[in-house]
Write a protein that binds this ligand. Structure first.
Ligand code: PMP
Ligand code: GLN
Length: 389
C-alpha cells in the first residue's frame, strides 16, 4: 500500500502537540537546569504512606478495585470533606476514585458535553480541558481572566453565557496564576447561571494549598453550585505523589452515575494498592491536610524572599505551588516561550511560559511560572541563579 499511515488519519485533535510540561522538563534535563517547570515535588511523600503501598502489595491487594473506588478510601474522602467543608456526602453515590484528576475531568466532560455544546473555560486554563471537550464534540469558549490579578471578568463571562452553554470549567486555586475564587464570587456565579441548564466542573486539585490564613472556598461548601457540579481533586498534589495518578471526583448522585458510565469504560478503576495505602494514611493522619498550607507557604516565602532581591517582579501566590514572575525589567524583548528557553539554557532554571494556556495571550504578557514544590536547597539554588539574571 502506498498511502502513508499518517495520511490516512484525519486527526480529531489537530492542534494538540507535545505538552509544555514535557517539553520544558526535557529541556531542563538536556540543559542540566534546575527544573521548576512541570509541577511536581522533588521530595517524597510521607514514609508511612509509601510503606503502606509495599505492605498492601505483599498482602495480596493486587486485583481490580471496585469501579467506584475502594470503600475504605471513599469513606476517608467523605470524612475529610465533612471536616474541611462541612458537607456530608454519601460515599457510595457521590464519591468516585479515579486514576488522576485528569481522568475525572475527562469523564465528567464526556458525561455532560454533546456535539455542538459550548464549554466556557477561563484563560489561562489547564491544558487538558480543551482536548477533553473537543473529543466529546463540544467547543470551548475562552474567556480571559482579568489582569493583573487573574480575577473573573464578570462582564465577559456573562457575555459568553448563551443557549449552547453546557458547562463552565472552574479552577481554584488556579494553575498557573495561584489566584483563588472567593465565596462571594461563587455566589455571583450562582446568580449568573441560575435558571440556565449549565453545569460546572470545579477543578480543586490544589484545594489544600492556600496561604496567608485564607480558607479555600470550595464548591463543595456551596449548596446551590454543588447541586450542578463535579468537584475534582488529586491525591497526587495533597500527598506529594503526583506519579501515583490517583484522584477523585465528588458530585450529586445523578451526576456521579453519568460520570461512572464513562469512567468504567475509560479505565474501569484506579490502582488497588495505592487506594489501600491512601485510605490507611488518611485514617491515621487526618491532620496532614491541615499542615499543608504552612508547609508550602514556607517554601513559597523562602523562594520569594530571595526572588524579591532580583529584577523579577511578582505578587506572592495566594494558592497552588506555582509562583508567577514578571520579567519585563530583564528581557522585555523576549516573549515568554523564548524567555523560558533562555532561562533554562543560559541560567539553568527551567520554568513554564504562561501564554500556552491561552487561546489568545495578551500581547504584552511577560510572565513565567516557577514551581516551588521543591526542597529548600533546590529553591535556594534556583533563587540564587535567578538573582543573577
Ligand atoms: N488540574 C490542574 C489544574 C492541574 O494542575 C493538574 C496537574 N497535574 C491536574 C488537573 C491533573 O492532576 P492529576 O495528575 O491528578 O491527573
Ligand atoms: N499539572 C502539572 C503542571 O501544571 C503538570 C502535569 C502534566 O505534566 N501533565 O505543571
Amino acid at each position: 500500500m502506498s498511502v502513508k499511515p499518517e495520511a490516512m488519519i484525519q486527526s480529531k485533535l489537530p492542534n494538540v502537540g507535545t505538552t509544555i510540561f514535557t517539553t520544558m522538563s526535557q529541556l531542563a534535563a538536556q540543559s542540566g537546569a534546575i527544573n521548576l517547570s512541570q509541577g511536581f515535588p522533588d521530595f517524597d511523600g510521607p514514609q508511612a504512606l509509601r510503606e503502606a503501598v509495599g505492605r498492601h502489595v505483599m498482602a495480596g491487594h493486587n486485583q481490580y478495585a471496585p469501579m467506584t473506588g475502594l470503600p475504605a478510601l471513599r469513606e476517608q474522602v467523605a470524612a475529610k470533606i465533612a471536616r474541611s467543608y462541612g458537607r456530608q456526602v454519601d460515599m457510595d453515590s457521590e464519591v468516585t476514585i479515579t486514576p488522576g484528576a485528569t481522568e475525572a475531568i475527562f469523564c465528567a466532560v464526556q458525561a455532560l458535553v454533546r456535539p455542538g455544546d459550548e464549554v466556557i473555560v477561563l484563560d489561562p486554563c489547564y491544558d487538558s480541558y480543551e482536548p477533553s471537550v473537543e473529543l466529546a464534540g463540544g467547543r470551548c469558549v475562552h474567556v480571559p481572566l482579568a489582569l493583573p490579578d487573574f480575577s473573573i471578568d464578570w462582564q465577559r463571562l456573562a457575555d459568553a453565557v448563551g443557549p449552547r452553554t453546557r458547562l463552565i470549567m472552574l479552577n481554584s486555586p488556579h494553575n498557573p496564576s495561584g489566584a483563588l475564587i472567593s465565596r462571594a464570587e461563587l455566589d455571583q456565579l450562582a446568580a449568573l447561571i441560575r435558571g440556565f441548564d449549565i453545569y460546572l466542573i470545579a477543578d480543586e486539585v490544589y484545594e489544600h494549598l492556600v496561604y496567608d490564613g485564607v480558607c479555600h472556598a470550595s464548591v463543595l461548601a456551596h449548596e446551590e453550585l454543588y447541586a450542578r457540579a463535579y468537584v475534582v481533586s488529586s491525591f497526587g498534589k495533597t500527598y506529594h505523589v503526583t506519579g501515583w495518578k490517583t484522584g477523585y471526583v465528588v458530585a450529586p448522585p445523578l451526576l456521579s452515575a453519568e460520570l461512572r458510565k464513562a469512567h468504567q469504560f475509560v479505565t474501569f478503576c484506579g490502582i488497588t494498592p495505592l487506594q489501600w495505602a491512601l485510605a490507611d494514611y488518611m485514617a491515621a493522619y487526618p491532620e496532614h491536610v491541615d499542615e499543608l498550607p504552612a508547609f508550602y507557604q514556607a517554601k513559597r516565602d523562602l523562594f520569594c524572599d530571595r526572588l524579591a532581591e532580583s529584577r523579577f517582579t511578582f505578587t506572592r501566590a495566594a494558592g497552588t505551588y506555582f509562583q508567577l514572575a514578571d520579567y519585563s525589567a530583564i528581557r522585555p524583548d523576549l516573549d515568554d516561550v523564548a524567555m523560558a528557553e533562555w532561562l533554562t539554557r543560559e541560567h539553568g532554571v527551567a520554568c513554564i511560559p504562561i501564554s500556552v494556556f491561552y487561546q489568545q495571550p495578551p500581547a504584552d504578557l511577560r510572565l513565567v511560572r516557577f514551581c516551588f514544590a521543591k526542597r529548600e536547597e533546590t529553591l535556594r539554588q534556583a533563587a540564587d541563579r535567578l538573582y543573577g539574571v
